[in-house]
Write a protein of this length. Structure first.
Length: 297
């Protein structure tokens, strides 16, 4: 099977696509991904697939991407599909491949990109226009003199504070010097903005900073949830199958706390209240439900 030229060419075709999928998957599994770039990474890859199999057209806006029709009349002819340079080189170097086998191979590769595009389309959120606007929260856009109006920020219609005050903060934010302006430090930048105080000790950008942080707190991936299930399976295994729910939750909470703060177990210092709770009573079995002891609790 591995010495078959057809399989070799197909693997050459798959290699760059699968590598890019692995890179995207790793980004979405990060503990602190940059929300301003997360969606754009996925949309960029989705757009690149569409341009390889679809008729020549531009995909500049979210409407073009979301409204693309996968019908046959919008797809390129088989010979015009972009299968990649590795595919073309491998096909050129291969010997003894009939025209029908080459056509079947191209159909197989084209169908893979088509099905992959459809699966990615299913995973794109319906409110993609609002999420795409999160790029305006990156320091590059915020500190630009040509930044958009504040009402162009995503979900700004849900803002409950003083709109006039927030607009003035948005107007002058680029005139001050900030530390966390590097690319990929969107959250750190807005934490700094939210905590900024003037000479009188007032938080001049508190309204704007809190609103931006509330947007960045939106869940963009279920990686944290999946990771919690994995941690639960590691803690409550076959040898500890009688572990109570309260103990399980406490262990998971401690692990999550240490992971967020990059603390190892030997560096953790329990508080005096924690030490006071470590008594013989924590090892006592709870009274059975319906027993005499349960009525006296």
């Amino acid at each position: 099977m591995y010495s078959d030229n057809i399989n070799l060419i197909y693997l050459k075709f798959l290699q760059p696509i699968v590598s890019e999928l692995n890179r995207l998957n790793k980004i979405f599994q990060l503990d602190k991904p940059d929300p301003a770039k997360l969606l754009m990474e996925l949309l960029t890859f989705y757009r690149s697939l569409l341009e390889r199999i679809g008729l020549p057209k531009t995909f500049q806006s979210w409407q073009d991407i979301m409204e693309f029709n996968f019908s046959d009349e919008n797809l390129l002819p088989l010979d015009a599909v972009d299968f990649g340079v590795q595919f073309r080189l491998a096909l050129f170097e291969a010997n003894g491949i009939s025209d029908q086998a080459e056509k079947d191979l191209k159909c197989r590769c084209r169908d893979y990109m088509l099905e992959l595009s459809k699966e990615i389309r299913k995973r794109l959120p319906d409110n993609i226009k609002q999420l795409e606007a999160l790029k305006f929260l990156s320091p590059i856009h915020v500190l630009s003199s040509s930044k958009p109006r504040i009402d162009e920020l995503p979900f700004f219609h849900l803002f409950k504070g003083d709109i006039g005050k927030a607009e003035q903060q948005w107007r002058v934010i680029h005139t001050l010097e900030w530390k966390n302006t590097e690319d990929g430090k969107t959250e750190d930048f807005w934490v700094e903005v939210s905590a900024y105080t003037d000479t009188a000790g007032d938080r001049n950008f508190g309204d704007l900073g809190n609103f931006a942080l509330s947007l960045l707190a939106l869940p963009f991936s279920n990686a944290a949830v999946e990771r919690s299930f994995s941690q639960m399976s590691l803690i409550k295994n076959k040898l500890r199958n009688r572990l109570e729910q309260k103990s399980l939750l406490n262990i998971m909470r401690i692990r999550a706390y240490m992971q967020r703060r990059n603390i190892c177990c030997h560096e953790f210092k329990p508080s005096p209240r924690m030490l006071s709770l470590f008594t013989a009573e924590i090892y006592s079995a709870p009274p059975e439900k319906g027993g005499e002891e349960s009525t006296n609790v």
